[in-house]
Design a protein around this ligand. Structure first.
Ligand code: ADP
Length: 572
């Protein structure tokens, strides 16, 4: 038995916490994965060639957390050998896969900063972002190899380009990732890291302006993972299989790679295969329980599930939850999943600036599942997850009531909300309220008595008619509930009398007749004040959607900037 001495502290002295000041580090996630979940499977669908139409053919790759953790540590050693210093950026241009997960774990483990770059941008925009971040190393999927020569010329800070996956022919000045890793032993000792050290970097998708960067810390990542896992958030657990469809470049796939590795969930990555039919088949085969993506992904999945059901060959999906975020999920979509397929969509809201999870829309205990109130609340973005606070302010900075009706600028604060932008002075993105610093989201929202937040619009998309605001999001969601309408985007066009008036740009479902203006007015009339209703409808073949699943209203506003409302309706 060990000896200990006791002493009676003075009763008047302040008591100090006796708890260990353990740092909150991503290496903790890596170690858990390596030690506790080493047998747990990670499945990736990756291209293994092309069919006769030139489409990539999917191949199934299976590995384990144990192998991924070992390779992440080899990557950490390889980056050290390449001269990457603490705080330096390592970029990825990659689809969702086990190799990308190795980068998530290995780069921060050696003190580097994981910079996930959006693969869907134009190569010139990608080069701009890589240069802005001054990335030192780039890990790029073989399927984007065509971009390498452009980046080699345009990005002088890149000292090393490493290709993930085999290439038919090596590209000069690049390395093969697997061969590179094989040269290194797993990192034997972590460098000294502080929880406040930078660990990840993300640029906004630039839907309403130029992309801006935020830098996550080890601490913000750990706290975000801990808070994302519970049932009232994303519902990630060791017993489940999780398919993050949201790309790993889109706000770290909403943190799911870290959250799943922290809790040991079986992970399935769909790589580039994200159409409705591929996803439904994958979910069935891999028995996916939790999945997450943007509304356009769910629209594709719903069409496929409806088709299969109508054909008498419905999918058998053990899905417990489809997490929907990134843009507003129409109530009609949430209802259709539930009523046709007994599947539950859980709405979540967040931003690059919030790591991203801010709110989730979980059914309150007193609201029966399947009731009208349940669907109404599900279409809201939900209540804040623990440690996140929301507030609403008006145009003069005054705090607005939480009555579910008053629209205002949404403010957010919390341990994984950014307090500045990287390399940019954006003072108007922050305000002080009651002595506390808040991030100004640029979202216009309401908060109701229960604390449920509802996004009405982005401030740049709001329609200001006669001094009042019209929410384009609400109108779009109602229009998308119309049986003939697939997609609808409502934008402001300038009006000499009212300043701005709403124009609805509509994509119809295949093989349907366009509804008349009067029919659409009737359809919307019970839901909105008369002055909210669109003055005109334009039927188009497609609506531009950005790289992270949001309508590109900037483009639409540009296209229709000289629009004359008298035209009322276009010919389909
Ligand atoms: P960008 O700001 O460039 O589009 P982000 O991916 O960070 O890049 O987008 C964050 C924005 O996406 C939010 O400010 C909000 O407008 C929108 N958003 C995210 N989730 C939801 C949601 N569940 N419902 C409605 N809008 C959402």
């Amino acid at each position: 038995m060990s000896h200990s001495t006791t002493h009676q502290p003075s009763s008047s002295a302040p008591v100090h916490s006796t708890m260990m000041p353990a740092q909150l580090l991503i290496t903790e996630i890596l170690e858990r994965a390596r030690l506790l979940y080493r047998e747990r499977e990670i499945v990736s669908m990756l291209p293994v060639g092309r069919n006769e139409q030139g489409q990539p053919i999917a191949g199934r790759h299976s590995t384990t957390y144990g192998e991924v953790a070992q390779r992440a540590l080899q990557l950490a050693s390889a980056l050290q050998a390449a001269g990457v210093q603490k705080g330096q950026r390592v970029a990825t241009l990659a689809v969702n896969s086990y190799r990308h997960l190795e980068a998530y774990l290995g780069i921060p483990a050696m003190g580097g900063v994981l910079h996930t770059v959006n693969i869907r941008l134009h190569p010139q925009q990608i080069a701009w972002i890589i240069n802005h971040a001054a990335d030192k190393v780039l890990l790029i999927d073989n399927m984007f190899a065509a971009m390498i020569p452009v980046l080699q010329v345009a990005c002088p800070t890149l000292e090393k380009i490493v290709v993930l996956g085999p290439l038919p022919q090596a590209i000069a000045g690049t390395e093969d990732y697997d061969a590179w890793l094989a040269q290194y032993e797993p990192l034997a000792q972590y460098p000294d890291l502080l929880e406040t050290d930078a660990a990840g970097m993300c640029y906004t998708s630039g839907t309403t302006g130029n992309p801006k960067a935020v830098v996550y810390s080890h601490r913000s990542t750990i706290l975000h993972s801990l808070t994302s896992a519970p049932r009232d958030a994303l519902n990630v657990s060791q017993t489940d299989t999780v398919l993050p469809i949201v790309p790993m470049f889109h706000v770290n796939a909403w943190g799911l790679p870290y959250t799943c590795a922290m809790y040991g969930s079986r992970l399935v990555f769909s790589g580039p295969f994200n159409d409705g039919a591929s996803l439904a088949a994958l979910m069935q085969k891999e028995q996916v329980v939790i999945t997450a993506g943007v509304p356009t992904i769910w629209m594709g999945l719903l069409q496929e599930l409806d088709r299969a059901k109508a054909a008498g060959t419905p999918y058998q999906l053990p899905l417990e939850r489809l997490v929907c975020g990134g843009a507003a999920a129409p109530e009609s979509l949430i209802r259709a999943f539930y009523e046709h397929h007994q599947l539950k969509v859980v709405h979540a809201w967040g931003m690059t600036e919030t790591h991203p999870l801010g709110t989730s829309s979980i059914r309150p205990a007193d609201v029966p599942e399947g009731s009208d109130e349940y669907f109404q609340l599900s279409a809201k973005q939900g209540i804040p997850v623990p440690l996140v606070q929301l507030e609403l302010i008006g145009e003069q900075g005054e705090v607005l009531p939480h009555d579910g009706k008053t629209m205002g600028q949404l403010l957010v604060r919390g341990p994984w909300v950014t307090q500045s932008y990287y390399g940019e002075d954006a003072a108007d993105s922050f305000v002080t309220l009651n002595g506390q610093n808040w991030f100004v989201t640029g979202d216009i929202a309401t908060l109701d008595e229960r604390g449920f937040m509802h996004i009405e619009d982005r401030s740049k998309d709001l329609i200001k008619s006669g001094g009042e605001w019209i929410s384009s999001v609400d109108m779009e969601n109602e229009l998308m509930a119309h049986p003939s309408i697939l997609l609808a985007a409502v934008i402001a066009v300038s009006d000499p009398k009212w300043d701005e008036r709403p124009l609805a740009v509509v994509r119809l479902k295949d093989d349907v007749q366009p509804p008349t203006h009067a029919e659409l007015t009737d359809f919307l009339a019970s839901k909105f004040a008369k002055w909210w209703l669109p003055d005109a409808y334009e039927f188009v073949d497609d609506i531009p959607i950005g790289s992270t699943g949001k309508f590109l209203k900037r483009e639409l506003r540009e296209k229709y900037k000289d629009y004359k409302m008298e035209r009322k309706e276009s010919k389909p």
